[in-house]
Design a protein around this ligand. Structure first.
Ligand SMILES: [Fe+2]
Length: 331
């Protein structure tokens, strides 16, 4: 039942369907009323919309930090060594048992299967570095569940530490070379996945920054009368939060980059964020059809609300954490 209800953006384009812009005041009013309400308790979230959607239950999974590897990764060892040693043993967020990241990911998928979850939203750092063995394993495991999924990269997924190149270049290279299957023929930088009347929008902000084509894509989605859920790795800036909330953070930039030497990567941009990234931030929190932002990166659960729009950050799946999200129409 799940595959039938699942249409990717590529599929929509193929059918000649495009996203509508406002034609009248009536339509504008309708769009403004899309957002309903939400509630959250522990790792459970309920999101209600005024639009007519079929109920769906999704698992939001982020930051598993898998580091399994095989002989194909030997030549990259000098670049994967540090992260391959990270997250070796993790305490489960509920049971406090010790698990490997591999077990945590498997257990989460098993639970999703047992509970008949409709959709999986993966928001990056599923891998600690772009290991072909890990990508093969995850892709197989996801397909074995039979549950549709959307994936967007985190800053570690494509990063071999110490390898020459800018963040953008390295992301492009390793997305194409190793991560490609995860995108299921969609654009890795921005894509839309339709499920049960809700559009899941993936925007790759794993460099902390937004590109002009990503901004244009989001603007078009925000004009649609379909309720949208935004999936990204790095949370958007919220006053009072740490630099983990670095996308559009006014303090982000070369001066606040503490880890570029440790992570052996290009330093953050001198002079801070581009106008495009700041503009994206404004568009997101003024999108009338946006139900929620789902992100990861900080490894800690958090909730912020801006202009009535919740930004929910999930804890890291290395500890077995997942957000169990129900999306439904208001009665
Ligand atoms: Fe992470």
């Amino acid at each position: 039942m799940k595959r039938r209800n699942f249409i990717s953006a590529a599929g929509l384009a193929g059918l000649g369907l495009t996203f509508s812009s406002f034609n009248s005041d009536t339509e504008r009013k309708k769009t403004k009323n899309i957002r309903g309400t939400f509630s959250t308790t522990d790792n459970r979230v309920s999101i209600y919309t005024n639009a007519q959607v079929k109920p769906a239950r999704i698992f939001h999974i982020t930051d598993t930090h898998l580091s399994l590897d095989d002989e194909r990764g030997v030549k990259y060892k000098q670049f994967s060594k540090r992260m391959a040693g990270a997250y070796k043993s993790n305490t489960h967020f509920q049971t406090e048992e010790k698990y490997s990241t591999k077990e945590s990911f498997e257990n989460t998928l098993q639970l999703a299967k047992e509970q008949d979850i409709d959709f999986l939203a993966l928001t990056g750092d599923i891998f600690s570095f772009p290991s072909e063995a890990a990508v093969d394993w995850v892709f197989q495991k996801l397909n074995d569940t039979g549950i549709p999924f959307a994936y967007v990269a985190g800053n570690h997924d494509w990063h071999y530490e110490g390898m020459k190149g800018s963040r953008q270049q390295l992301r492009k290279t390793w997305t194409e070379k190793h991560l490609k299957p995860m995108y299921q023929n969609n654009n890795p930088l921005y894509a839309a996945y339709d499920f049960n009347g809700v559009r899941y929008i993936c925007i790759d902000n794993s460099t902390y920054e937004i590109l002009p084509e990503q901004l244009d894509f989001f603007k078009a989605q925000a004009k649609s009368d379909t309720p949208i859920v935004l999936l990204m790795h790095i949370p958007l800036f919220m006053p009072g939060r740490s630099m983990g909330f670095g996308c559009a953070n006014p303090n982000w930039g070369a001066k606040s980059d503490k880890n570029f030497k440790l992570e052996r990567r290009e330093q953050w941009r001198k002079g801070g964020h581009t106008k495009t990234t700041i503009n994206f931030y404004e568009k997101v929190f003024n999108a009338p059809n946006l139900l929620t932002v789902l992100a990861g990166h900080t490894h800690h659960q958090s909730l912020d609300i801006k202009n009535g729009i919740p930004q929910i950050v999930s804890g890291h799946n290395a500890t077995g954490y997942y957000s169990d999200i129900q999306i439904d129409s208001l009665p």
